[in-house]
Design a protein around this ligand. Structure first.
Ligand SMILES: [Fe+2]
Length: 291
C-alpha cells in the first residue's frame, strides 16, 4: 500500500465569492485563508483540505494523495517510473502553499493533476462555519473522488499499483457499464473509477458524522435554491445516506453520513451490484423513477 488516503483538493473557480458562500452556507467548512487569488478551506485538524484558486474556467486543479512517509514516496516514484509516467518534485513554494513536507507532481492516466505528498500540517482547531458537528476524516482520509476517463485500463492499473484494492463494481446506466470502487484504508472507498468518453472528475464526497447535519444541509440546499444534482438517497455499497449538489467548480459535491468502514483493508473480496442505491439519488447517475 502506497497511498494512505485522500489528502486535499485544489479546485478552480471564476469568482472566489461563490466558493465562500457555498462553503459557509452549505458545507460548513471554515475559511482559514483568503486573498484576491485564492482561499483555503478547513474541515478538520489539517490546515486545509480544499484549496480554491481563482481561474478563467471552473474545474479541478489538483488532487493530493497522502502517502504517509518518505519510504512510501520513494515506492510511488518507482511505480511511476515503471509505468513510464513523467513526474517532478514539488517546489518549495508549492509545498509551503499546501503545507506539506514533500510532494511529487504528475498526471494520472485520466489526465488528473495529482500530488503524492507526506507530512501535512495538522493539529489545527476546526471551527465549522455553521452550527454542525465534525467531518469523518482521520485515518480514513478526507473522503472520496470519482474520476471518469476513456483510459480506464491504464487508470485502474495506476491506482492498483499505488495500493488501491477493488471493493466492488456497480452497474451504472449513465455510464452504460460498471464503475469500480476502490479502497486504500478502512473507508469503504476512497476512489471510484468509470469509463467515459472524456476525462473528468465526477464528484468529491465529504462525510459528516451526524445524519442530522446531513439532513440540515439538505434543507439548506433546497431553501437556498442550490442545484441539487442527486436527491437524498442511500448507496448500496458504503450504505451512506447522502445527496449531491453542484459545487462552484462545476463538479458535484456529495455530502453524506453513515459510511461503512472495511474492518480489514487487506480484504480483497470483490462483489458487484446492479444499481448504485437502495433508494433515492434521483438525477445524474440514477435516472429512474422511485419504485
Ligand atoms: Fe460518491
Amino acid at each position: 500500500m502506497i497511498i494512505n488516503g485522500l489528502g486535499y483538493l485544489g479546485v478552480k473557480v471564476v469568482d472566489l465569492a461563490d466558493w465562500i458562500s457555498y462553503a459557509t452556507t452549505l458545507v460548513g467548512a471554515e475559511v482559514v485563508e483568503q486573498d484576491d487569488q485564492q482561499l483555503k478551506l478547513r474541515i478538520d485538524d489539517q490546515y486545509s483540505r480544499i484549496n480554491v484558486i481563482k481561474a478563467d474556467q471552473p474545474g479541478l486543479a489538483y488532487v493530493g494523495w497522502d502517502v504517509g512517509s518518505e519510504g512510501s514516496l520513494q515506492q510511488a516514484i518507482a511505480v511511476v517510473d515503471e509505468l513510464g509516467i513523467s513526474w517532478r518534485e514539488g517546489t518549495q513554494e508549492e509545498c509551503q502553499d499546501r503545507k506539506v513536507v514533500k510532494m511529487i507532481k504528475l498526471k494520472d492516466p485520466g489526465d488528473n493533476d495529482i500530488e503524492l505528498f507526506y507530512g501535512p500540517s495538522s493539529g489545527h482547531k476546526f471551527r465549522p462555519s455553521r452550527d454542525m458537528g465534525e467531518f469523518v476524516t482521520g485515518d480514513l482520509g478526507m473522503g472520496h473522488v470519482l474520476f471518469l476517463t476513456p483510459n480506464f485500463d491504464a487508470i485502474m492499473e495506476f491506482y492498483t499499483r499505488m495500493g488501491f484494492a477493488i471493493s466492488e463494481m456497480i452497474h451504472m446506466t449513465a455510464l452504460q457499464g460498471y464503475a469500480y470502487f476502490l479502497h486504500c484504508n478502512r473507508r469503504q472507498h476512497s476512489l471510484a473509477l468509470g469509463a467515459a468518453p472524456h476525462n473528468a472528475i465526477g464528484h468529491l464526497m465529504l462525510e459528516i458524522e451526524s445524519v442530522t447535519d446531513v439532513g440540515k444541509a439538505y434543507d439548506i440546499a433546497k431553501y437556498e435554491g442550490m442545484n441539487i444534482t442527486m436527491s437524498m438517497g442511500q448507496h448500496v455499497n458504503d450504505k451512506v445516506l447522502s445527496f449531491y449538489t453542484q459545487s462552484p467548480s462545476g463538479f458535484d459535491l456529495e455530502l453524506g453520513a453513515g459510511g461503512l468502514v472495511v474492518e480489514d483493508p487487506e480484504d480483497r473480496t470483490v462483489v458487484q451490484y446492479e444499481d448504485i442505491s437502495f433508494w433515492g439519488h434521483h438525477g445524474g447517475l440514477r435516472n429512474r423513477p422511485a419504485p
